[in-house]
Write a protein that binds this ligand. Structure first.
Ligand code: F6P
Length: 548
């Protein structure tokens, strides 16, 4: 059964939230903190190794009550059940959305068109496990009988961002294999990677759900040509494997049937790292760590499915996001990982979030009259403090931010960890409280600053504060906790899509540009007839052609 098609703005909760917004929009959060000494406690959720403090938000208990009513009126509970039951909730593509099945135990009962999909999932997992062991232990060798030293993931979008992010985040858990990612159709990307490789000891994993993606096929062909300069056609079977739903296209590329890792249409590209798409994660960190990543995600799935909404991490984060997007009209949200390991996390989230909820037509096919998908961005702290934090602290835009940190560092350097975490905690405190005019003046006075300088500089040194943040403190970065973290954001995206009444699992918006690029590529040919274009496009096309 399909998802409900409820316009959120027609709910009673929405109207109440609009009224409520008017009454609290100018309240400074510090007021609520001084009024209620239990605020932080009441607005903290502790679940397993996750500690979420959402008290530094411009909301009170009534706000959350109304947001929960909104979730109820938009039938979130039944939407979650539908997803987990394998209903065709990706209606526009006629598909189930079952990445949750990929991390479920064998005993789970998940069916697609009446057929149990768990045996097939676990068959592929066993194949990944055996293949990983063969490569990592050096049992499977290259064409000159040398063990593999390098793995190259060739893919783009969901066939790149998820695995690339996880391999980078879990670098502490990595084995001896060096992992590379080639995604961009920019030939300089693939050539820079090839510079570092030896054909005899490199394994290539072509990842493409459709096996029709221009970037991936161009890179795969370029790499195959490079490989064939040193090796023979028969050697391709030893060095190239593929992950795809399109078995025919993979075979015609020349890949041995035994080297194909299947995936399924019910796995969306941007939610596919849990499938064989994550094979580079397994190769880089070992199958056990890949499996732990999956178990972590499964634990979050269980939490999401069964926890009451007021204590449900993805639901609470999603509702807070809706509060800012639709009532405060904030346009973006920052995700700041206080860990260098989370360097690529925001980049990964951009696709997951913006390809899913960047929609302006609702599930009834009508244009929406309210805001949907937010712009997500971010960089790790403390680096970002020295880059864009100025704007968050003193700029004109309201930018809610998620701060994610780990209580223990992996290398155990206490001195660095304490400095990092003092920044982590201090920033959200500064964003909350700001610095009043009185505080600025008294600080100046304590430094014996002249009256004239005090007058001149005070306005610039005042921080309004009242900038919202969520703080997510996790015990330690492990494959399990990373699995939980990714699944947390996946479910947050799902919840927001349900409430915004959009289809989160298609991505038709990326098609038009692809079609036009195909047309323009043909027009680069000197003899080609140039189609009708606007004058700007025409000039650019001709100017580019003048270089050839
Ligand atoms: O950009 C559109 C898109 O379809 C993404 O959703 C997907 O992750 C990516 O292209 C790659 O697609 P494929 O895995 O089929 O090559």
């Amino acid at each position: 059964m399909a998802l409900p098609k409820i316009n959120p703005t027609h709910t009673e909760a929405w109207t109440k939230l609009q009224e409520h917004y008017k009454s609290i929009k100018d309240v400074h959060m510090t007021h609520w903190f001084s009024e209620n000494e239990n605020r932080a406690k009441e607005m903290t959720i502790k679940w397993e190794d996750f500690y979420l403090d959402y008290s530094k938000n411009r909301m009170d208990a009534r706000t959350m009550e109304l947001l929960l009513e909104l979730a109820e009126e938009t039938q979130l509970k039944s939407a979650i059940e539908k997803q987990f039951l394998g209903d065709v909730i990706n209606e526009t593509e006629g598909r189930e959305v079952l990445h949750i099945a990929l991390r479920s135990p064998k005993s789970a009962n998940i069916k697609v068109e009446g057929e149990d999909i768990m045996p097939e999932i676990h068959e592929v997992k066993t194949k990944i496990k055996d293949f990983t062991a063969d490569i990592v232990e050096g049992n499977r060798k290259g064409y000159t009988n040398k063990a593999f030293t390098d793995v190259v993931n060739i893919g783009i979008g969901g066939s790149d961002l998820g695995p690339a992010m996880v391999v980078d985040v879990l670098q502490y858990y990595k084995n001896h294999l060096t992992t590379h990612f080639v995604s961009n159709v920019d030939g300089d990307h693939v050539n820079e990677v090839l510079k570092k490789l030896h054909p005899e000891t490199t394994l290539f994993v072509i990842v493409s759900k459709t096996f029709t993606t221009q970037e991936t096929l161009s890179n795969a062909n370029t790499i195959k040509e490079w490989f064939l300069k040193s090796a023979s056609k028969d050697d391709v079977a030893k060095h190239f494997v593929a992950v795809s739903t399109n078995i025919e296209n993979v075979k015609s590329f020349g890949i041995d049937e035994n080297n194909i890792f299947p995936m399924w249409n019910w796995v969306g590209g941007r939610f596919s790292l849990w499938s064989a798409v994550g094979i580079s994660i397994s190769l880089a960190t070992g199958y056990d760590n890949f499996d732990k990543l999956l178990s972590g995600a499964h634990a979050m799935d269980e939490h999401f499915k069964s926890e009451s909404f007021d204590k449900n991490l993805p639901v609470v984060l999603a509702l807070i996001g809706i509060w800012y997007t639709n009532f405060f009209e904030s346009e973006s949200e920052a995700v700041i990982g206080y860990s260098q390991y989370l360097n690529q996390f925001a980049t990964y989230l951009q696709q997951a979030n913006m390809e899913s909820n960047g929609k302006s037509v609702d599930r009834n096919g009508n244009k929406v009259a309210y805001q949907t998908g937010n712009v997500v961005w971010g960089e790790p702290g403390s680096n970002s403090q020295h880059a864009f934090f100025q704007l968050i602290h003193q700029g004109t835009k309201l930018i809610p931010a998620d701060f994610i940190g780990f209580a223990k560092s992996l290398h155990g350097n206490k001195d660095h960890q304490d400095k990092l975490m003092s920044n982590f905690i201090a920033q959200t405190e500064a964003l909350l409280n700001g610095k009043s005019k009185e505080e600025v003046i008294s600080e100046f006075k304590s430094q014996n600053t002249s009256e004239e300088t005090i007058q001149q500089l005070t306005p610039f040194k005042v921080f309004e504060g009242n900038k919202p943040t969520n703080t997510l403190l996790i015990d330690k970065l492990t494959p399990e906790s990373l699995g939980k973290l990714i699944a947390l954001y996946e479910h947050k995206i799902f919840v927001q899509g349900v409430i915004w009444n959009v289809f989160s699992y298609d991505q038709f918006g990326v098609e038009l540009g692809k079609q036009l690029a195909t047309k323009i590529l043909k027009e680069f040919d000197a003899s080609a007839q140039i189609a009708d274009h606007d004058s700007s496009t025409l000039n650019l096309l001709e100017y580019y052609k003048s270089f050839s």
